[in-house]
Design a protein around this ligand. Structure first.
Ligand SMILES: [Zn+2]
Ligand SMILES: [Zn+2]
Length: 62
């Protein structure tokens, strides 16, 4: 399971669960501007959220 860690202050976050109880899966997507965005997505197609941020930067899944 991924644990999100802030590379700046080292705060970590346990993995995030969907309302259906399934752990969200980390994905990197590319938006229309060509920017890559880190998201956490429910494998059961319930949608996705942006990865958590800390200190103004995306937290990295490990
Ligand atoms: Zn931080
Ligand atoms: Zn779900």
């Amino acid at each position: 399971m991924p644990t999100y860690t802030c590379s700046d202050c080292n705060m970590s976050l346990e993995s995030i669960n969907c309302s259906c109880g399934t752990e969200l899966v980390h994905k990197t997507i590319t938006n229309d501007n060509g920017d890559t965005v880190q998201v956490a997505e429910c494998p059961n197609s319930h949608g996705k959220i942006k990865s958590p941020t800390c200190c103004g930067i995306d937290m990295n899944p490990e």
